[in-house]
Design a protein. Structure first.
Length: 341
């Protein structure tokens, strides 16, 4: 964590005994879940904001998505900082101000938020030595009874059904990757996806290939020019490699709005199923970093998200029709450090 980040966070605690801060730190577990070098690489990438009150349960809320809490994620243009004495000019003189175009979802209701709070607290109280997170629910994997799938789809036409995902991939047996494979394998007609970083894992690439063979129409929006996003220059070639791999299987678009950086992570399947999260479609999200998101089975909600994706996100993009050139040296490094991208 940068020194200036730590100063901002620590300031929240000054004079506020009810505010507690926990710094996430991955610890190597004798090779069980990674190597010592992973301690420099693995981060907490999950974004969750929960408001919970037993006295006023109707006001309970849960927000998740891709947005970080920073001035450039909240203001389209550089604000007048003198108007907001509590607001930090994060970029300062280091780089120009640029807006991060992001997306999140808010869910309200006591029956929904309380289980989410339990899930978040399990992560807060994880085992510091082994990184294990005690599951707050029990999942039984078994075939669905005949006709039950139709029952749930009919129910989803009127009643939103949600499922939250909190991924700690190196201690939950890669649950998130398996979850994505299941979602892609469930698609029958259409997949719409936005992801700033696009280099799917082998299992997800294979699921994309199967969807293509089934005739599923797929559109993905990503980025090629990553300048201004605090990433090394090789990251652009990492995205290009992912684009080239799947260019014949799906329609790939590049975010081209010069005044913003696309940072949203949305997935809509068959105009029925939506997943709003912090998850990038790259190896980091499925192997190294903690991630969070919410799955929503509800046609009306999916159609709203789909419209936002097509009008705003794909509306500010250009389709990529030819393979992108990847530097020879970068390609070798990407192949060698495969799982770190």
């Amino acid at each position: 964590m940068l020194r200036k980040d730590k100063a901002i966070i620590n300031k929240l605690m000054y004079g506020r005994p009810n505010v507690k801060i926990q710094y996430y730190k991955y610890r190597s577990t004798n090779g069980m879940h990674g190597r010592w070098i992973d301690g420099f690489h693995r981060v907490n990438h999950a974004k969750m904001l929960i408001g919970y009150s037993e006295k006023a349960p109707a006001n309970n809320f849960f927000i998740t998505g891709g947005r970080n809490i920073r001035d450039s994620y909240l203001f389209n243009d550089k604000p007048g900082y003198y108007k907001y004495p509590w607001l930090i000019d994060y970029a300062g003189n280091e780089r120009p101000f640029i807006y991060y175009d992001d997306f999140e979802v808010e869910i309200r209701g006591p029956d929904v938020v309380k289980p989410l709070l339990s899930q978040m607290l399990e992560f807060w109280n994880r085992d510091d030595k082994t990184n294990y997170v005690r599951s707050s629910n029990v999942n039984a994997s078994r075939p669905m009874a005949p006709g039950k799938d139709k029952y749930f789809y009919d129910l989803a036409k009127s009643t939103p059904m949600t499922r939250t995902v909190l991924s700690v991939p190196f201690s939950d047996d890669g649950m998130l990757e398996k979850f994505y494979v299941q979602m892609i394998d469930s698609a029958q007609k259409e997949i719409l996806l936005t992801t700033p970083y696009f280099r799917p894992s082998q299992a997800i690439s294979e699921a994309i290939g199967r969807a293509s063979k089934r005739g599923v129409k797929m559109k993905v929006l990503t980025r090629v020019m990553l300048a201004g996003d605090d990433t090394p220059s090789i990251a652009e070639d990492v995205n290009k490699e992912g684009i080239n791999r799947h260019l014949k299987e799906m329609d790939v678009y590049e975010w081209t709005d010069p005044k913003s950086i696309m940072h949203a992570k949305l997935l809509v399947i068959d105009q029925k199923l939506s997943f709003i999260s912090s998850v990038n479609l790259n190896a980091r999200s499925f192997i190294h970093d903690t991630e969070a998101g919410v799955l929503i089975l509800h046609e009306a909600t999916a159609m709203k998200f789909r419209q936002e994706m097509l009008q705003h996100y794909f509306g500010n993009s250009t389709q990529i029709t030819a393979a992108k050139k990847v530097k020879w040296l970068n390609k070798k490094l990407i192949d060698i450090l495969d799982t770190y991208f």
